[in-house]
Write a protein that binds this ligand. Sequence first.
Ligand code: GNR
Ligand code: NI
Length: 171
Amino acid sequence: MAKLEILRYPDPRLHKIARPVAKVDDRIRALVDDMHETMLAAEGVGLAATQVDVHERVIVIDTSPARDNLLVLINPEIVARGEDTVISEEGCLSVPETYERVERHAQVTVRALDRDGRSRDIETDGLLAVCVQHEMDHLQGKVFVQYLSMLKRTRIKAKLLKQARESLREP
Ligand code: GNR
Ligand code: NI
């Protein structure tokens, strides 16, 4: 297992589109393990492979309070969505210290392969549904700040670029 580096907005690599996984093999399972470790260390509820600069359709999610209920989604597809929408405060490990309201489908059914390569349909709502949509956006090269106004996005970009510059100057 290894902890991986998480890309930070506005890194252009966050906008690459992930390709489907051809075969769920030991290489993919090793990536899943590393992503799981990285997500836990960063105290996130989800992580998409895009965020660790691997452009394949792999997601890990754990929204359980005890952090003992890992969900692995490989080649995920939304196969059904509810009519209702919800607005919630979203954060992102690639956009530190930034929380903004985003509208999402309240319920989605996601079809994906698990770590054994078996296809499963998972009905989600609440935080899990929000997280599935947030992570699937990452695989399409989309970061949640792209739902915000240009003004907010420009401010967030400036704040993070300043932080990045200051961290380079640290001894
Ligand atoms: O840790 C995370 N929390 C979160 C909170 C509200 C909506 C979405 C998320 S996902 C985020 C982890 C992350 O950046 N995943 O890509
Ligand atoms: Ni994110």
